[in-house]
Design a protein around this ligand. Structure first.
Ligand code: NAP
Length: 422
């Protein structure tokens, strides 16, 4: 196969991941897949190469090999191409299906679009997935962080993030006001005077494909339940519709494999079935309480874009914060793993920050490649390193028994544990 890239080389020692069935998210993964990697801006220069080293060790220990293809975006994109998001980078992620990136800085100021949002939209990564589980030895603000083992599926392409909004004082916003008041009949709803107006699209298509993905995950990973999170009591036709479409997908596409919470109580006396996932829903504000007060009752959450942003960060705080919070974006037959944290510019290049979030994002990627043995090894090795007490500053400052080490020394320790545990 011939590839056309301007300034990056396709590794000759690897084989492309092929798609078997895009809609069914089925891939043919070789033993030596080509995987594009963006190290990222700021602390990305610390955690990117470090995570790559750890993932290599886990792959090697389990009989695989990753053929990395270094691609560029953000600052490195501007250096190499004079562009924030070069076509080479987008094409490589598109062509090789499975990729990983470090954080990218969004410069403050007019005219800069978030590169992360641009990448997600261009390649239709419609599900942002954040597994939140506690690793032994990570300090937490709650008394029993181990109760949290929750995976959030956050819709990534619509809601108020669609960017359909008009600034107060413009002709456009006045046209929208006129339409809403005169043609749609909401004549006393908007206050007089300057107003900004935004539109919140929630589609059946966008909701169902996200919720389907959450249910599939729950079934594949033996999870007990999927919770639809929404504010449908107030926004009936957007948030309420999200929940309705969720129940519809469950009923029409999964038959007995998914039962509602009502059925669970009416027909099964509340007994969790071995052979089915329970689908339920919670109002978003209640859900923020529930993850704190009844943490262990929740397994998988499906949320719209904004609710997911808030709730997954709150969950992340419960298990130790940004240094340890991994994530990944999924589309049909594609995955772009990335940590939740940003580029933390004040720590850039200091070999200081915690690489765990980036390493565990890589673990999600390994799972997606079907390398569960390598993925398990990564988790166990990271946990063993944290338990050892030799940890980065963010953990050390909240533990009395710990010694502070840098990013690369932490990764050396993780690699040693991988070799010991393999
Ligand atoms: P941030 O980079 O996530 O950093 C906020 C704070 O989180 C840091 O000051 C640090 O806390 C802690 N932190 C972050 N990463 C850590 C790590 N690996 N280990 C330990 N602690 C870590 O958020 P920000 O300062 O708001 O954003 C900076 C830039 O990143 C912005 O340009 C933003 O747009 C961008 N961003 C990118 C992404 C992405 O690429 N997906 C995501 C979010 C933000 P302490 O100061 O308490 O030590």
């Amino acid at each position: 196969m011939d590839y056309e890239y301007d300034r990056v080389e396709v590794p000759t020692d690897g084989t492309p991941v092929e798609v078997i069935d895009e809609e069914a998210d089925e891939l043919d993964v070789p033993e030596d897949p080509i995987v594009p990697i963006i190290h990222g801006d700021g602390v990305g220069t610390d955690v990117g190469p470090t995570a790559q080293r750890v993932l290599d060790a886990a792959a090697e220990a389990t009989g695989h090999e990753v053929a990395w293809m270094r691609v560029f975006a953000g600052e490195s994109g501007r250096e190499q191409y004079d562009e924030n998001l070069p076509d080479d980078t987008v094409n490589a992620i598109d062509e090789f299906h499975v990729a990983i990136k470090g954080p990218l800085t969004t410069p403050v100021g007019a005219g800069y679009r978030s590169l992360n949002v641009a990448l997600r939209q261009t390649l239709d990564f419609y599900a942002n997935v954040r597994p939140t589980f506690h690793l032994d030895g990570v300090p937490s603000p709650v008394s029993e962080p181990g109760q949290m083992d929750l995976v959030t599926f956050r819709e990534n392409t619509e809601d108020v993030y669609a960017g359909i909004e008009w600034e107060a004082g413009t002709d456009e916003v006045e046209q929208v006001r006129e339409f809403v008041e005169d043609e749609m009949g909401f004549d006393e709803t908007i206050h007089d005077g300057p107003v900004g107006i935004g539109v919140k699209p929630i589609s059946e298509y966008g909701s169902k494909r996200l919720i389907r993905r959450a249910i599939d995950y729950a079934l594949e990973h033996d999870r007990d339940s999927v919770t639809l999170v929404h504010k449908g009591n107030i926004m009936k036709f957007t948030e309420g519709a999200f929940a309705d479409w969720g129940y519809e997908v469950a009923k029409e596409e999964y038959g007995d494999e998914v039962i509602t919470e009502d059925t669970l109580w009416e027909e099964r006396d509340g007994e969790q079935p071995d052979d089915a996932v329970v689908i339920d829903d919670r109002i978003a504000d209640n859900m923020l309480q529930q993850v704190l007060t009844r943490t262990d009752q929740y397994d998988v959450m499906a949320t719209m874009n904004l609710n997911g942003d808030y709730i997954s960060d709150a969950c992340g705080a419960q298990i130790g914060g940004l240094g340890v919070a991994p994530g990944a974006n999924f589309g049909d037959a594609r995955c772009l793993a990335e940590p939740v944290h940003g580029s933390a510019p004040k720590y850039a290049g200091q070999d200081k920050v915690n690489p765990t979030a980036m390493i565990l994002s890589g673990r999600i990627m390994l799972e997606y490649l079907g390398w569960t043995d390598a993925a398990d090894l990564v988790r166990d090795a990271v946990e063993a390193q944290i338990v050892s007490g030799e940890v980065t500053y963010d953990i050390e400052r909240n533990r009395e028994d710990a010694t502070r080490i840098g990013t690369s020394e932490f990764a050396d320790g993780v690699v040693d544990h991988i070799e010991d545990l393999a």
